[in-house]
Design a protein around this ligand. Structure first.
Ligand SMILES: [Zn+2]
Length: 756
């Protein structure tokens, strides 16, 4: 069909426009079921309204609504009532979690100059909700321990491991010191973790204006960037070890759950931590003496950045109320018909650090509009095959509390019933970002092609493709599936994907908005409606994109997993790991040679001496053979599944059912889908990752030293990056086992789907 149409266009026969060709069936649908699905989807996408999203944002962000706040509870009840009014069965599930709030906060420089930090974000007169000080949480980092420490101050750049190597080469120790780190470069919880590993006694984290303040544009309220006294709140729990309530790892934080003592909770920080503004940081940094930092360490303040400590002494005191607080998860269900025991789950959090218009209400209002639109369709007679669960999570900000506790409390049913989890969080203008399970990569490419980008009026897929072409991506022009990124952490998909093995996607628009209000009192309705998706057309696009994804997953005849994309991705990761080993080997050899040739000693500036890096043992050769064999099996099984799928689709699917009941028909399809549901599950490592068994996915994990940033094939990758050579072959074996299990399952599904 296609070549014929395009040849007409090619000869210039534009005088008569041929009728639009019948589009190819949607993935997972027959020609017949696809046509029906498309007509319901078209109705669905016409329903979400920007004006409603704007009104809901104004309502939900009208007051601070953090965990344990009165307005947070009111929001949960209001959201529940919204779902109910849309025709969903909606209820609130409550968990009791550790949520520390500050009682006392002091940061002061006592020498060589005196300065007491203000630690307060001021009212901005133009911005009505910025004055709600009585309801706002103070500026702080949750899950810092109590502490009262005084010591010299050392500037550590972003405070990641590489920064401490630089300090070590200059002979600067942070032992017994308080460090001051910039926000950025890693997830914030990494900074106190690495500081404590190096012997620091306290940690300050500040937002440098070069990163999200005046360096990027006018500051709020003139522009979207961070004003001098704006502070980023946030959790500093050791979430790469496990997220959720620090007191109940692995189990739901129900009333009767066994709890750790706060002092035993392994994810609490080891040293006291407090975030500050650049207004408060400047006098501290300006008082530091010692050598000037390298150019990459410099920020945007009008001072000379130095390492310190010189004569500096800083006093840091924090004291917390370590009480339990309730989190209110809103869970709404729309029942399925023939496959009601298969669940499609979709979530976005509703709690914020303060008013949180962007984070998370911009995503929450899209989720609510989807729910309203799906409720509308239901009233018109639409019935999804599978059960749809919409969740509005509480407690995401302190540490994915609501989603993690719910996933842990319902682990057995989720393992038995969950097909996929779809997440969103903050939403803005620009490009549709999608990250997640690569078995859903091809499917989500199909969805993106049916969503119209409101600014360019092409599809969101086309706009993403154009952006990749601009970046010189060699594959983008070919027109095949665009790659999706892998998920690390930073939002509520983590317990589903990385703890339970539920195939997951995280979706959201962005890339055109800049801002410096993250986790401050200025992330509010005023800011969002002046500087972000001001007309809420991207809110509508997000509702259309995620809702379409939900509908397709809920009604597909064959669950739309495509394993050739997964196999191509694992192939790429294995190549990367082999290259990583070779690169590390070369680098280490080169360093050793420079030291033995006295290169460092010869080039050293005696007035600003920098030592040689610590020498490392070069890596041996690793045995990748078991993994390469498993990869071959997976590629073969994936290709075989595609062949079966094509034969099923071209045979008309349903027709097959009539011809041979119980074979390629309904009962057979149910068997196929039961296998497909388990496809992400079998990628889980039985004992989880080294040192952090809560994280079980063999392909995706947040980095132990990056936090949000993903490490793919994390067992092997982190062993190589951290020079733990003795662990690598064992990790290759564990991963090969998971990939082999995946290959066997996909092969089984292919055999079951193959028409006989
Ligand atoms: Zn968020």
């Amino acid at each position: 069909m296609r070549p014929f149409i395009s040849s007409i266009v090619a000869v210039g026969a534009l005088a008569f426009v041929p009728a639009a060709p019948e589009p190819a069936p949607l993935r997972g649908f027959t020609a017949q079921s696809s046509a029906l699905e498309r007509s319901w989807e078209a109705k669905f996408r016409a329903i979400p309204e920007p004006k409603r999203m704007r009104d809901m944002m104004q309502r939900l962000a009208a007051h601070p609504h953090h965990v344990g706040s009165p307005y947070g509870k009111q929001n949960a009840e209001w959201i529940r009532d919204q779902y109910a009014s849309f025709g969903w069965d909606a209820r609130i599930e409550t968990f009791d979690v550790l949520f520390p709030t500050p009682v006392e906060r002091v940061v002061e420089m006592v020498a060589p100059t005196k300065y007491r930090a203000i630690l307060q974000e001021p009212t901005v007169p133009a911005d009505p909700t910025s004055s709600q000080h009585a309801e706002q949480l103070p500026t702080y980092n949750a899950y810092s321990i109590d502490g009262d420490v005084t010591g010299p101050l050392v500037f550590v750049n972003y405070g990641v491991p590489a920064d401490y190597e630089e300090l070590e080469r200059r002979g600067i120790s942070v032992k017994g010191a308080i460090v001051i780190a910039k926000y950025g470069g890693s997830w914030r919880g990494i900074k106190p973790k690495v500081a404590a590993e190096h012997g620091a006694i306290g940690c300050l984290i500040y937002s440098d204006p070069g990163d999200d303040g005046y360096g990027g544009g006018a500051v709020f309220p003139k522009g979207p960037m961070r004003p001098p006294r704006g502070v980023q709140r946030g959790s500093v729990a050791d979430m790469p070890t496990y997220p959720g309530d620090p007191l109940t790892p692995g189990v739901g934080a129900t009333k009767e759950a066994k709890r750790l003592d706060v002092r035993q909770a392994p994810t609490m920080t080891k040293i006291p931590v407090l975030p500050i503004s650049y207004g408060d940081a400047q006098p501290l940094l300006a008082a530091l003496t010692g050598p000037v930092v390298p150019s990459q360490w410099r920020g945007g303040l009008p001072i000379t950045y130095r390492f310190g400590p010189g004569a500096s002494r800083v006093h840091l005191k924090v004291k917390f109320d370590f009480g339990l607080k309730p989190v209110y998860d809103v869970i709404a269900r729309l029942p399925g018909t023939t496959e009601a025991d298969q669940w499609i789950i979709r979530g976005n959090h509703h709690d914020a650090w303060v008013n949180g218009a962007e984070d998370p209400i911009s995503g929450q209002v899209a989720e609510l509009e989807e729910a309203r639109a799906l409720g509308e369709l239901y009233k018109q007679g639409w019935r999804p095959k599978r059960t749809i669960i919409y969740a509005s999570w509480d407690g995401e900000e302190p540490g994915l509390l609501g989603s993690t506790e719910w996933a842990e409390a319902h682990a057995d049913s989720l393992i038995a019933h969950a097909v996929a989890y779809l997440n969103s969080d903050s939403n803005g203008r620009g490009y549709l970002g999608v990250e997640g399970s690569h078995s859903l990569e091809s499917f989500i490419n199909g969805v993106e092609q049916d969503i119209t980008d409101p600014e360019s009026n092409v599809s969101s897929w086309k706009r993403n493709q154009a952006a990749l072409v601009m970046r010189g991506d060699p594959d983008a022009r070919a027109g095949g599936d665009l790659r999706i990124g892998a998920l690390g952490s930073g939002s509520d998909f983590t317990p589903f994907l990385q703890h339970l093995g539920v195939a997951s996607l995280n979706m959201g628009y962005g890339g055109e908005d800049d801002g410096g209000i993250y986790h401050s009192i200025y992330d509010d309705f005023y800011w969002y409606t002046h500087f972000s998706d001001t007309s809420f057309v991207y809110g509508r696009a997000l509702a259309q994109a995620v809702g379409t994804t939900v509908m397709r997953l809920a009604s597909a005849d064959v669950l739309p997993f495509v394993f050739t994309n997964l196999a191509a991705t694992t192939h790429r990761y294995i190549d990367e790991l082999q290259q990583l080993r070779d690169r590390r080997s070369k680098e280490i050899d080169e360093e050793r040679r420079r030291v033995s040739d006295s290169v460092y000693a010869i080039v050293r500036d005696p007035r600003d001496p920098v030592g040689a890096p610590r020498l490392q043992t070069p890596p041996p050769r690793f045995d990748f053979a078991p993994l390469l064999d498993a990869q071959d099996s997976l590629s073969a099984a994936a290709a075989r599944f595609e062949k079966s799928y094509t034969a099923w689709r071209d045979g008309g699917g349903a027709a097959q059912e009539r011809a041979q009941p119980g074979d390629g028909g309904a009962a057979g399809l149910a068997e196929v889908n039961r296998r497909l549901m388990r496809a992400e599950r079998v990628l889980m490592l039985r004992d989880g990752l080294e040192h952090r068994p809560w994280f079980k996915h063999s392909l995706y994990a947040p980095g132990f030293y990056t936090g949000y940033g993903v490490k793919t094939m994390p067992g092997i990758r982190e062993a190589i990056e951290q020079s733990e050579w003795g662990r690598v072959n064992g990790e290759i074996g564990r991963l090969a086992e998971a990939v082999n299990a995946e290959a066997a399952l996909v092969k089984e599904a292919a055999t079951l789907l193959q028409p006989r």
